[in-house]
Design a protein around this ligand. Structure first.
Ligand code: CMP
Length: 474
């Protein structure tokens, strides 16, 4: 027996013993007591016995129950009903055995009183019986997240208690409590959100201009959803185009969350990722239109070369390049569209081109450990580039790169950038800076070291890479 259980039982038990002992024929004063005093003592025995029984049930049934029922709290309603029955039983026993009262009259009177009370308190009684029905056939457990609609906005929250009158729901991300009368709970549709999979699906609606291709929008939205870490990745999120409306095409991002994750927080992070990825991909969310457009949208007619130049201009890496340099590179950009799971570069192979990610999500991985299993060291998204190390230094590929979502890439071959790198040393310097950082990151990942790296090591690596670039490009 635990200390808390002893504390709970000690007083009712002592009281019961005292009253029981006091009314025993073996005591000296037994014969001295008059009849009223005997009745009082017997009543107290019954009352303390009832109290002790309620405490025993609380200690050994209710308080131990959570451990058997995987964390479900003991239902308050059931506790109240059991206590009430014990009290009624004790009252009936007192009436009959102490005061010799026949109970038939009592039941008859209580029937009439019951009818009157029943009419007066019909709401409360309906709540009470609906509460019992909820206990017997529960559509949810204490602690479950449910959605109930009571006319206006739906209430979504965690069930904290079902008692006599109401089911208590604490809405998500809120500190207040909603009390839904049990009778209402029994008559409305209840959506148990995380049952039976332990996760639930949420949706985010966005609108894009019909001139922007479906594939581009899906790629951007999928990359954003798959790189938001609080979203469940198995099953993966998906994106569907739902309908046309005044704002454009309505896209729905559908994603799963587990109960510990706040839907508002997850939505906020997903929105932030979408805003970032859409900006990188030059996609704008559509707003309700008010003017009639007679000309085709620029997006639809834009010259592919123009699209590539604009893409390079937006990229931080090409920001310092002259317009004619951008144009020269853009004319040689080779567009590649890769389905999810395509191995674009393989560790250790030779390579003479680099890639800029137009849209999509990719993973950079290294073979590591004795079994050479794949260790993901980085993720690449729209606007990032990769493959620069082998192209610029002539070394074999330092990592493998695989597409996670459908991906659009622009490929730049060594012969097309050669002149430019020779003429503009700062380009090689900027690339060597990124390359050195990546190499260090990979070394650290492999050695499972802290990502803080001494700057001297960074400098040495950078010098080594620069030397290699100069010897290859002259
Ligand atoms: P390269 O060695 O030519 O081929 C593999 C490419 O993966 C490499 O060039 C880099 O562009 C890229 N890469 C390697 N490590 C990382 C990293 N830690 N972060 C981002 N990209 C990387």
């Amino acid at each position: 027996m635990r200390y808390t259980e002893i504390k709970l039982l000690i007083f009712p038990f002592l009281l019961f013993l005292i009253f029981f002992g006091a009314d025993s024929p073996r005591t000296r004063w037994y014969t001295l007591l008059n009849q009223q005093e005997h009745h009082a003592l017997e009543t107290l025995i019954w009352a303390s016995g009832a109290w002790l029984s309620m405490r025993l049930i609380r200690a050994f049934v209710w308080q131990r129950r959570p451990k058997q029922l995987s964390g479900a709290a003991p239902p308050m309603l059931l506790q109240h009903i059991v206590n009430l029955l014990i009290l009624a039983f004790a009252a009936a026993c007192i009436a009959q055995s102490v005061f010799d009262q026949p109970l038939t009259g009592f039941w008859a009177t209580s029937g009439v009183v019951g009818i009157v009370l029943g009419i007066a308190l019909r709401g409360i009684i309906a709540d009470f019986f609906s509460g019992i029905a909820l206990e017997l056939d529960p559509p949810f457990k204490i602690g479950d997240f449910i959605e109930v609609r009571m006319g206006g906005e739906p209430v979504i929250g965690r069930v904290t208690e079902v008692n006599w009158r109401a089911t208590q729901i604490v809405p998500r991300d809120s500190t207040n409590t909603v009390y839904v009368p049990n009778s209402l709970m029994g008559s409305i549709a209840v959506n148990n959100l995380y049952h039976p999979f332990g996760r639930t699906r949420f949706e985010l609606l966005l609108w894009f201009d019909p001139g922007i291709s479906h594939d581009r929008v899906v790629r951007v939205l999928m990359s954003a959803a798959m790189s938001t870490d609080c979203i469940v990745q198995d099953p993966p999120p998906d994106v569907v185009a739902a309908r046309y409306n005044a704002s454009g095409v309505e896209y729905v991002v559908r994603y799963w969350l587990t109960p510990e994750v706040s839907p508002t927080g997850a939505r906020n992070r997903l929105m932030a990722a979408i805003t970032d990825f859409a900006r990188r991909g030059d996609l704008q969310v559509a707003f309700p239109r008010r003017e009639i457009v007679f000309e085709p949208k620029p997006e639809a007619v834009r010259d592919p070369l123009e699209v590539k130049i604009r893409f390079l201009e937006r990229n931080r890496f090409f920001r310092s390049w002259q317009p004619e340099e951008l144009k020269a590179i853009a004319t040689h950009l080779h567009t590649r569209k890769c389905p999810p799971g395509t191995r674009i570069l393989t560790f250790g192979e030779p390579g003479n081109s680099m890639f800029v990610v137009a849209e999509g999500l990719l993973e950079v991985s290294l073979p590591s450990g004795p079994e050479r299993q794949s260790l993901v060291v980085a993720k690449l998204v729209g606007g990032d580039f990769f493959g620069e190390m082998a192209m610029l230094t002539g070394d074999p590929r330092s990592a493998s790169v695989t597409s996670v979502t459908e991906t659009v890439l622009y490929e730049i071959r060594r012969q097309h950038i050669q002149d430019l790198v020779q003429r503009r040393p700062e380009i090689a310097e900027a690339m060597s800076h990124v390359a050195a950082e990546r190499r260090l990151q990979n070394q650290n990942a492999e050695l499972a070291l802290d990502s803080e790296t001494p700057s001297e090591e960074h400098l040495n690596l950078r010098m080594l890479i620069l030397q290699k670039i100069h010897s290859l490009f002259g």
